[in-house]
Design a protein around this ligand. Structure first.
Ligand code: SF4
Ligand code: SF4
Length: 175
């Protein structure tokens, strides 16, 4: 009788060992792959995620007014391979532990995550460029953040000017 009481008290103190779901969030193992998710504030519109997605679950549609790109992630098409998250250079697309994928049949063609990524602006001439989110500038620790915010044409001009100034200084020093 005593051993039984011991086990009973121990189990009472330990609490239930079964999953509390649906009364509390279900526990998911570490590195569990649920829905992929897209964070537009980190996206630079490189398109790598779309390129590596074998299931065709990612679409990127240019806005008609040319102000940016609509990013659509279809949860029904996703096969949870994790390639998009693996290759995304900025961590904008990630695999979450959200496995709640059941939905009504009529939601079949709307069950997706949609976000909008606006194009950036060249800090010099105002031309449209790929987005340059501050979070990425901070992450990359780029040595010339000013140049990072330029369009290719202004960047070339800035590099030529920089090189010319450097050469002139060297020539003056040699004279
Ligand atoms: S996890 Fe795989 S299938 Fe799903 S969106 Fe990413 S690349 Fe596509
Ligand atoms: S989510 Fe990542 S890989 Fe996809 S376009 Fe944006 S930055 Fe590139």
């Amino acid at each position: 009788m005593l051993p039984f009481l011991k086990i009973m008290v121990k189990n009472l103190l330990k609490g239930p060992s079964t999953d509390p779901f649906p009364f509390a969030p279900a526990k998911t193992p570490k590195r569990f792959r649920g829905c992929a998710s897209h964070d537009e504030s980190k996206c630079i519109l490189c398109g790598i995620c779309k390129h590596v997605c074998a299931a065709g679950a990612i679409q990127m549609r240019a806005a008609e007014d040319g102000s940016g790109v609509e990013y659509v992630l279809w949860h029904n098409s996703c096969v949870f391979c994790g390639m998009c998250a693996h290759y995304c250079p900025t961590g904008a697309v990630t695999m979450t532990d959200n496995w709640h994928l059941s939905h009504l049949a009529e939601e079949k063609y709307t069950f997706c995550e949609t976000s909008f990524v606006a194009f950036g602006e060249c800090s010099q001439c105002g031309a449209r460029i790929q987005p340059r989110p501050q979070v990425i500038v901070d992450q990359l620790g780029t040595r010339s953040p000013d140049r990072f915010l330029l369009c290719p044409k202004c960047k070339r001009e800035s590099q030529v000017k920089h090189a010319t100034d450097k050469n002139l200084i060297q020539l003056r020093e040699q004279q």
